[in-house]
Design a protein around this ligand. Structure first.
Ligand SMILES: NCc1[nH]cc(CCC(=O)O)c1CC(=O)O
Length: 333
């Protein structure tokens, strides 16, 4: 689309910016509570809340408190919550068996939320890092990430989560062939309505640091994730990954991190027109909070502006740790 402009002064572009009602009328994009997915951290115990030092305002919650938080999110109109477990280090192994234990922390949390708060969609994380003694998303043998063995493990994990009642599965592992394998297994097991939101274009990013603290994976991780997560220099490759995941049966796709990759969000949405999400990751949240805490930026305004930017870039929704705060703020008007 090319803008048509009469010459000045017939065109004065400031006219539609001159007052709040005019600005409201010509506003092109809006952020709604319906655009939000809230990532949360779950920990063993009862009535337990643990602050995460590098994510001020974010806490790990035991299942009982998580259910209350999910009910609050649902009451605010947030459509989905995304679970990440803090796994007891004693349960981490080389083969990652805890990942598909039907009674692991994450699967118990799914059941508890679905039983008490049926109106909120529960999204999960599919990757082996919380269960892996190496901290990697895949099974490691002699320092090598084994793709196909990992996919087999991820399929078991996906089935256990679907069985527990998950509505949306979020494979965040970046192995090849996992979406097709999961989709086939879900259909065969009768889970035909379980959606897959593929972390299709997930970059090997330094912005995940605080998250790894939150799930207790920072200490465990040996090396980096560059053999499976993407090179931040690439975006044609993101389109190939998205196309591959859609063709294998992903219902929705994600770009991650968010703000530094808005160009990728835009390209993905334009190329495929599929439901496209961005993950405003832990490091992005931490940057805003840290600058706000020093009085260097207005944190509330930065929160709203950063999230609106995802809508402008073409995203259908955003995973953000700000979700309940944004929802309250949008409700207040
Ligand atoms: N499978 C791991 C996973 N799932 C979501 C995040 C990051 C989320 C965030 O930083 O907020 C990560 C970290 C990683 O890949 O190391």
């Amino acid at each position: 689309m090319r803008p048509t402009l009469a010459p000045f002064p017939a065109t004065r572009l400031r006219r539609t910016r001159a007052s709040a009602p005019l600005r409201d009328l010509v506003q092109e994009n809006t952020l709604s509570v319906k655009d939000l997915i809230w990532p949360v951290f779950v920990v063993e115990g009862q009535a337990t809340r643990q602050p995460v030092a590098s994510l001020p305002g974010v806490e790990r919650l035991s299942i009982d408190l998580l259910v209350d938080a999910a009910a609050e999110a649902a009451a605010l109109g947030i459509p989905a919550i995304c679970l990440f477990p803090y796994t007891d280090p004693a349960l981490k192994t080389q083969a990652c068996e805890e990942a598909w234990n039907p009674d692991n922390l994450s699967n118990r949390a799914i059941r508890a939320i679905k039983a008490s708060v049926p109106d909120i969609a529960v999204m999960t994380d599919i990757a082996l890092d919380p269960y892996n003694i190496n901290g990697h998303d895949g099974i490691v043998e002699d320092g090598v990430i084994l793709n196909d063995e990992t996919v087999e493990a991820l399929v078991k994990m996906a089935l256990a989560q679907a069985e527990a009642g998950a509505d949306i599965l979020g494979p965040s592992d970046m192995m090849d062939g996992r979406i097709g394998a999961m989709r086939g297994a879900l259909e065969a097991a009768g889970h035909k309505d379980v959606a897959i939101l593929s972390y299709a274009a997930k970059y090997a990013s330094c912005f995940y640091g605080p998250f790894r603290d939150a799930v207790g994976a920072s200490g465990a991780l040996k090396g980096d994730k560059k053999t499976y997560q993407m090179n931040p220099a690439n975006s044609d490759e993101a389109l190939r990954l998205v196309e591959r995941d859609l063709s294998e049966g992903a219902d929705m796709v994600m770009v991650k991190p968010g703000l530094p990759y808005l160009d990728v969000c835009r390209r993905v949405k334009q190329a495929f027109g599929a439901p496209t999400f961005a993950y405003q990751v832990s490091g992005e949240y931490a940057m805003i909070e840290a600058a706000a805490a020093r009085g260097w930026i207005d944190g509330e305004a930065a929160m709203m502006e950063s999230l609106l930017a995802f809508k402008r870039a073409g995203c259908d929704g955003v995973l953000t740790y700000f979700a309940p705060r944004v929802a309250r703020r949008l409700r207040a008007g």
